[in-house]
Design a protein around this ligand. Structure first.
Ligand code: F6P
Length: 328
């Protein structure tokens, strides 16, 4: 996200605007004071290569309350801030922020390792997280190969299978479990057959990737431990579970993410400067390698519909919505 912060600051200054940075997201917006500070060109030097975000991020309950949003608005008005760029996941861009949209020109940039936002081909962070996962799987494969083991890896993504699916493709995994496409009943047998076949063909290891939100067709979670149990009990394979956890969210961002953040940040400033009182809040998206502006409300609603479709076991709908991001 630092690439986006840097680009917004520098493009804003380049276009003649005064640029402020808000520390700790909406929390900082409510607190005001020195959490909202004027930022100069060189204040954002040396941050593009850093992971996370130097301006901080916070889950803010206060912003869900009318009073919190009122205070946030006042803090902006006091400083004559009229244009706001929000960088975050669908939570940060969610409809509760409506109150702000009416008073401000606003544009969103999606930062999320999950790549779970409808309307953009990629979100900032997903590529870096995927690199980290692939690196870990490659490292784990060393042991798996030497000891002829089976590894079950749980990867992040909330209710989105992008990281799991792409990691499985990149690492030639034997099996992958993702929330949008739960396996048919009896999948355990099919998986065992597949794992066995790989060994028969001379493979010394098996790799299974489980998305943290993986479920069966009845909506029950499928855990990495359950998959391990199957491999151990049915195949007598020496099986280990690795939960990658927050390792996926750390470290240096990939070149792709640095460029994506930079392009989105620049486009966000242009979108803000183009906006009139009639312009709807937009999200900057990547579509076919082009920067485009899409309506924020619709994109957030569609993203949240995926979660609802999965919860309602309407997997065709979930895939249809996700499919707009990740086509065959
Ligand atoms: O949305 C990004 C993400 O890393 C998810 O993949 C994961 O489920 C969640 O955030 C973890 O959140 P926290 O850091 O609050 O535990």
């Amino acid at each position: 996200m630092n690439a986006a912060v840097r680009a917004v600051v520098r493009m804003g200054i380049h276009c003649g605007s005064d640029v402020y940075v808000i520390q700790e997201g909406y929390q900082g917006l409510i607190e005001g004071g020195d959490k909202i500070h004027r930022t100069k060109w060189f204040d954002v030097s040396g941050i593009i290569e850093l992971g996370g975000t130097v301006i901080g991020s916070a889950r803010c309950m206060g912003f869900k309350e009318r009073e919190g949003r009122r205070t946030a608005c006042l803090n902006l008005i006091k400083r004559s801030i009229t244009h706001l760029c929000v960088i975050g996941g669908d939570g940060s861009l969610t409809v509760e922020q409506k109150a702000l949209y009416k008073k401000l020109h606003i544009v969103g940039i999606v930062g999320s390792i999950d790549n779970d936002f409808c309307g953009t081909d990629m979100t900032i962070g997903a590529d870096s997280a995927l690199h980290r996962i692939v690196d870990c799987v490659d490292s784990i494969a060393t042991t798996a190969h030497s000891h002829q083991r089976t590894f079950v890896l749980e990867v992040m993504g909330r209710n989105c299978g992008y990281l799991a699916l792409c990691a499985a493709l990149s690492c030639c995994a034997d099996w992958v479990l993702i929330p949008e496409s739960p396996p048919e009943e009896g999948w355990e047998d099919q998986m065992c057959e597949r794992l066995n076949r790989a060994r028969e063909y001379g493979s010394r290891l098996n790799t299974i990737i489980v998305a943290e939100g993986a479920i069966d067709r009845n909506g029950n979670p499928i855990s990495a431990d359950y998959v391990k149990k199957i491999c151990t009990e049915r195949l007598n394979q020496d099986t280990r579970v690795t939960v990658l956890g927050h390792i996926q969210r750390g470290g240096r961002p990939s070149a792709f993410d640095r460029i994506l953040g930079t392009r989105m940040g620049c486009e966000a400033v242009l979108a803000l400067l183009d906006s009139t009182d009639e312009t709807e809040a937009a999200v900057i998206a990547l579509k076919g390698n082009q920067m485009v502006r899409i309506p924020m409300m619709e994109a957030v609603a569609e993203t949240q519909e995926v979660g609802k479709a999965i919860a309602a076991k309407n997997f065709d709908r979930a895939i249809e919505l996700r499919g707009r991001t990740f086509r065959r």
